[in-house]
Design a protein around this ligand. Structure first.
Ligand code: HSE
Length: 431
């Protein structure tokens, strides 16, 4: 099988190098060699020795190259990458991509285009880097009704939160290191504001529940406003703050949300640190499983790209299709579960309230919660800050509908003795 790699950055170079280094094992698994016949990139990458492989700066060239069976799109983004994928599919080439933004935002049009041209569009590397979680849900869990998926699916964000907690490092400093290591997106706000995680969660929801991709309906909240004192306070309560993507079946549809989340520290997913990713799946027959590994990085992501290549090579040699629908469910059997708005979800909350050190403030806050029938799980009042005379109060509540919590927060913020905004972080437990 003859392939072209389009994009020779972090993932493109890893794919080229792993294909070369492991060529005999890969050929033995695929049923024959996978030959890179063309590389298209704006610039060469010093980590790759291309040898006699044709190199071009014409990014579109492989799409119509008659010597190419598969185009591997590793440019990222929804600009030129979308043109490459559309053109390659239209020219009857199979496409493999690590591009979560493209699949999440345009997959509903791209999968039918692939089908109409009798080719495959494979995307294992788009979610959680090297962890084969798409394959796990689509094939390994095919017997199950999936109930919920929750994941740490952005390595950069997890690295930042881990370094803040373990070493007390500043946000910007850790982000710069993640960029230097090649983990961060070209625009790192995608990492820290949860957009990258929302792209990946959108894809996970589609393969888990058999729904079309609904990225625009995802609720997205980043970690840029997480304060080190909340990281420390969460720890004191026995929790860790993780940036989670959560999708779950609920009464009226599915939840689809990315936000910082307190998780009990004894749960496995709370222990996933650094740049590592993990995806927890609750399925009716199997129960809970956790898929852990490198969610970003050159060769780790290449591992998933090449797994897709091997699948396509096996099918290609038999002149058949992959036999696995792109989203797990057949295109004509997708269902129309809708994403419920964030104010309809229910969870527990961590609240940090800054108040003047006057008698009765705590009682007033407790009264507001009680008026809305919200139970308090625990409460801590810190020492008064001598400089400003303000005292932070931290509460953990029982589960409540987000809409009700919005009313509670409005009422607390309206109290005379409360200063500024109430900090709210959702709390989840997966047992
Ligand atoms: N920027 C992404 C991350 C890369 O940090 O997880 C892998 O998708």
């Amino acid at each position: 099988m003859r392939i072209a790699i389009v994009g020779l950055g972090t993932v493109g170079s890893g794919t080229f190098n792993v294909l070369k280094r492991n060529q005999s094992d890969i050929a033995a698994r695929a049923g024959g060699p996978i030959q890179v016949v063309q590389v298209a990139s704006r610039r060469l990458n010093p980590t790759c020795e291309l040898g006699d492989v044709e190199f071009t700066t014409d990014i579109m060239a492989p799409c119509s190259n008659p010597d190419v069976d598969v185009v591997v799109e590793l440019l990222g983004g929804t600009g030129i990458a979308a043109d490459v994928v559309r053109s390659a599919l239209s020219h009857g080439k199979h496409v493999i991509t690590a591009n979560k933004a493209l699949i999440a935002e345009q997959g509903n049009e791209l999968f039918p285009l692939a089908a109409a041209n009798g080719v495959n569009l494979a995307f294992e590397a788009s979610v959680a880097g090297g962890i084969p979680v798409i394959k796990a849900i689509r094939e390994g869990l095919a017997a199950n009704r999936i109930l919920a998926v929750a994941g740490i699916i952005n390595g950069t964000g997890n690295f930042i939160l881990t370094e803040m907690r373990e070493k007390g490092r500043a946000f910007a400093d850790v982000l710069a290191e993640a960029q230097a290591l090649g983990y961060a997106e070209a625009d790192p706000t995608f990492d820290v504001e949860g957009i990258d995680a929302a792209h990946k969660l959108t894809i996970l929801a589609s393969v888990a529940f058999g729904v079309p991709l609904q990225f625009r309906a995802a609720y997205t909240e980043g970690i840029s406003r997480i304060d080190p004192q909340d990281v420390r306070q969460a720890e004191a309560f026995g929790y860790r703050i993780k940036h989670l993507g959560i999708t779950r079946r609920c009464e009226n549809g599915i939840e689809l949300r990315v936000h910082p989340t307190l998780i009990p520290e004894k749960q496995l997913i709370a222990k996933v640190d650094g740049v590592m990713n993990a995806v927890m799946i609750q399925a009716d027959a199997l129960g809970q499983t956790l898929y852990y590994g490198a969610g970003a990085g050159s060769e780790a992501t290449a591992s998933a790209v090449i797994a897709d290549l091997v699948d396509i090579a096996r099918a290609h040699r038999q002149n058949s299709s992959l036999g696995v629908p792109s989203l797990g469910y057949r295109a004509d059997a997708l269902n129309d579960l809708k994403v419920v708005p964030i104010n309809e979800i229910e969870c527990a909350y961590y609240l940090r309230i800054l108040a003047k050190d006057h008698p009765g403030v705590l009682a007033n806050v407790a009264q507001i919660l009680s008026r809305h029938s919200i139970n308090i799980e625990s409460i801590t009042q810190k020492e008064t800050d001598e400089q400003n005379g303000l005292v932070p109060m931290i509460l953990l509540t029982h589960r409540v509908r987000e809409k009700d919590m919005d009313h509670v927060i409005d009422a607390i913020e309206a109290l005379d003795d409360v200063v500024g905004s109430v900090i709210r972080i959702r709390v989840e437990s997966f047992s």
